[in-house]
Design a protein around this ligand. Structure first.
Ligand code: IMP
Ligand code: MG
Length: 183
């Protein structure tokens, strides 16, 4: 059955809300199993990761804390070099840090972030991402938890935006190519 999406700029739904919630439950139980007895600190980068974090933290049956960072990139020519515009509120020294991401694309932003976090002497740092655009990866990253591998298309929904829009969709969708010009 072909269903026309109410927003004509959206091409098709790639992962429904039900798919995403099933992935959240699966990853939540993997984390619950792996972090039992440890001192778990979930860290998310504003704003894209917040939807996934909000669902994931409630699917982990362990004591944990959540904290947020915001970063902005220096722009073309300075790939992988980012500025922290909002730092964590609390120290991560000695704690088991899990970075929760909406999507990993080239991986350059996250690779910078991991370097910064490791300098703060956490007991461990691991990565959890809902979406993995692995065909575009430039940085070699250890990704311990992953929801879905996704194609090299521009995606919106469940935290992902284009100019601030579409973050609040409960599903992940592709846009028609003409809406999106790759920078
Ligand atoms: P990276 O440094 O190339 O891995 O950049 C990752 C960031 O780019 C993500 O945290 C998103 O903010 C953004 N991004 C990458 N792919 C998409 C997409 O398909 N839709 C929306 N944002 C994206
Ligand atoms: Mg992001």
């Amino acid at each position: 059955m072909s269903v026309t999406h109410p927003d004509p700029r959206i091409d098709r739904v790639l992962h429904t809300s039900e798919d995403i919630q099933a992935a959240v439950r699966r990853i939540g139980s993997e984390i619950t199993r792996d972090y039992e007895g440890r001192d778990l600190a979930l860290i998310t980068v504003l704003k894209g990761g917040t939807m996934f974090l909000a669902d994931l933290c409630r699917a982990i049956e362990l004591p944990l804390t959540v904290d947020f960072m915001a970063i902005s990139s220096y722009g073309p020519g300075a790939e992988g070099s980012v500025r922290i515009t909002k730092d964590l509120d609390d120290s991560i020294e000695g704690r088991d840090v899990l970075v929760v991401e909406d999507i990993i694309d080239t991986g350059l932003t996250l690779s910078y972030l991991l370097r910064v976090l490791r300098q703060r002497k956490p007991a461990s740092v691991s990565v959890c991402t809902l979406l993995d655009k692995d065909a575009r990866r430039l940085a070699d990253l250890p990704i311990e938890y992953r929801g879905f591998s996704v194609p090299d298309r521009f995606l919106v929904g469940y935290g992902l935006d284009l100019d601030g829009l579409w973050r609040t969709l409960p599903y992940v969708a592709t846009l028609h190519d003409e809406i999106w010009d790759r920078p």
